[in-house]
Design a protein. Structure first.
Length: 410
């Protein structure tokens, strides 16, 4: 019998083999700490999916086919038709079956083999983060589909004009993401050249997107605004103490959201008061000295508030699925939630603002650009020069007076 939902669900399952999956799924949801209402909705969705799938093999491509074709065509009155809710329920089903993750399903045949080799190239040769790799794969798959590539031979016929037309055509429909399309197209073309599938480097044929470096000022928070953000975390609750420690990691150490999400328990040494962070972007580990406030916050959270789970990550979910490590998106959501409470939602659009704010405070305190670059892990000093623009006190000392003509008031 399915807990929370009763026996009526099992009566409607057509395939006897899917009944055991549904029973396992129900137990999985209970173990993950889902509420009774959410449990019942998810089980109903998966039961409906089971009747649609029949005896076919359950996998990510079949789930996507159900969301794109099966669900919109369904006329059942008692079925939950909310696509977002269906996607979430089926995502947990795939997680239970060991097919979770954000990676896109590879197509069958030659294209799938090519994309697998390209994914391996992005991981091993370029060392990109999983979210960035997923973005590259999505745009590359769309490019192959749009240009009708099903075998290797058409690559030899690619010309600079074809590449330019493709990027320009995509830009008309995805103008906010045209820079991402350009980056991913250049990367894939370099991979094709390395694989010998094209005769010359076509990456230069990708039209550049107008972007003036250092043209805008970075958004930063003043010291008192960072204190307001920290004060928005409710230290009377375990969730509030977790959020407080997360913001401290970024505001006092300048960590990226992905670095905080990847922080491991064995990377914290309370005796030496240091933190070891595996920075995926730099492909190396960095050791940071912790402030007394951060050390205390982490100690309290890990000893009293962190849910019991098998994950080695420091920061995990406090609601269903209970104990699952927070992703970089989850870290950003924590900062955005606290910003809305303090009225800073119009200025805070992500967790990176805390990293920029720390760099600005270090510069105002007298640190050199080289010291800031080394502390933040910038591989190029050009990245750090962005913060020199917000040091208004120093800039005012080197600013030239505005030229005024005699007899004319400014």
């Amino acid at each position: 019998m399915l807990k929370h939902c009763g026996k009526q669900v099992c009566r409607h399952v057509c395939a006897e083999s899917f009944r055991s999956i549904l029973e396992r799924y129900s137990q999985y949801l209970i173990s993950q700490g889902f509420s009774k209402l959410r449990h019942c909705r998810y089980v109903r969705i998966v039961e409906h999916f089971g009747r649609w799938v029949g005896r076919r093999h359950i996998g990510r491509p079949l789930v996507q086919q159900f969301l794109d074709q099966g669900l919109p065509a369904c006329q059942c009155s008692k079925v939950i038709h909310d696509r977002r809710l269906n996607r979430a329920a089926l995502h947990h089903l795939l997680e239970m079956l060991g097919q979770g993750g954000k990676e896109l399903p590879f197509p069958q045949g030659w294209r799938g083999d090519l994309l697998r080799r390209y994914q391996e190239y992005l991981v091993k040769a370029r060392g990109l983060a999983p979210a960035t790799i997923c973005q590259h794969m999505r745009y590359t798959l769309a490019m192959l589909s749009r240009l009708g590539i099903r075998r290797a031979s058409p690559f030899m016929g690619w010309t600079p004009e074809l590449i330019e037309q493709y990027v320009a055509g995509v830009g008309r429909f995805a103008s906010p993401r045209i820079r991402h399309v350009s980056w991913c197209t250049r990367s894939f073309l370099r991979f094709l050249l390395q694989e010998g599938l094209i005769r010359r480097d076509l990456a230069a044929a990708v039209p550049p997107v107008a972007r003036w470096r250092l043209a805008s000022l970075p958004t930063i928070l003043r010291k008192e605004e960072v204190h307001r953000l920290l004060g928005a975390a409710d230290l009377r609750t375990p969730l509030g103490r977790r959020d407080y420690a997360i913001v401290l990691c970024m505001s006092e150490l300048g960590l990226r959201g992905a670095d905080v999400a990847n922080l491991q328990i064995d990377g914290i040494d309370f005796a030496a008061c240091v933190m070891r962070v595996c920075q995926r972007k730099e492909r190396e580990a960095a050791v940071f000295p912790m402030t007394r406030r951060l050390c205390t916050a982490l100690k309290v959270y890990l000893r009293r508030d962190r849910p019991v789970c098998t994950s080695a990550a420091v920061f995990v979910r406090h609601n269903a699925p209970l104990g699952k490590p927070l992703t970089s998106l989850g870290i950003h959501s924590v900062v955005l939630r606290l910003a809305r409470r303090t009225g800073l939602g119009d200025r805070v659009h992500g967790a990176h603002v805390l990293r920029r704010s720390l760099a600005s405070r270090m510069l105002n305190a007298g640190a050199t650009l080289k010291q800031i670059a080394d502390f933040l892990g910038h591989t190029s000093i050009d990245t750090t020069t962005l913060y020199a623009k917000v040091d208004l006190a120093t800039l005012s000392r080197v600013a030239m007076p505005w030229p005024v003509r005699k007899g004319v008031r400014p």
